[in-house]
Design a protein around this ligand. Structure first.
Ligand SMILES: [Zn+2]
Length: 117
């Protein structure tokens, strides 16, 4: 539970206290901190570390698209209506800042662990 809570609160994966992003607003791009303000854990292990977060962002966008598609089934008579594409694209655009932050946070949690003593 601490991991899920840390991911959604965008906290450091090691100490769960320092912020990964400077602003917590999900609809703002914000600025990513290079290291934890509490325990000085470096969030970017190597140059280009966050390229892999694109795969996480892609998975999040697909999941949201499927969710919007299922939601569209309540309002459209046809199973596949071309107008659904507009809603799905609008949803992806609306959640893009959230996906950007969430994918990076998940990526950090996947690869930066608390060192074993
Ligand atoms: Zn920390």
């Amino acid at each position: 539970m601490k991991v899920l809570s840390g991911i959604f609160k965008q906290k450091c994966p090691v100490c769960h206290k320092g912020n990964i992003f400077s602003g917590w607003n999900p609809f703002n791009w914000g600025k990513m901190n290079t290291e934890c303000s509490n325990c000085a854990t470096n969030f970017e292990k190597e140059p280009g570390f966050f390229y892999g977060a694109m795969y996480v962002s892609y998975a999040l966008a697909i999941a949201e698209s499927v969710g919007i598609f299922i939601l569209c089934q309540l309002f459209f008579e046809r199973f596949l209506d071309p107008a659904m594409i507009i809603f799905i694209l609008a949803g992806i655009a609306l959640f893009s800042t959230t996906n950007y932050k969430l994918s990076r946070v998940i990526w950090v949690y996947l690869f930066i662990k608390k060192p074993k003593v």
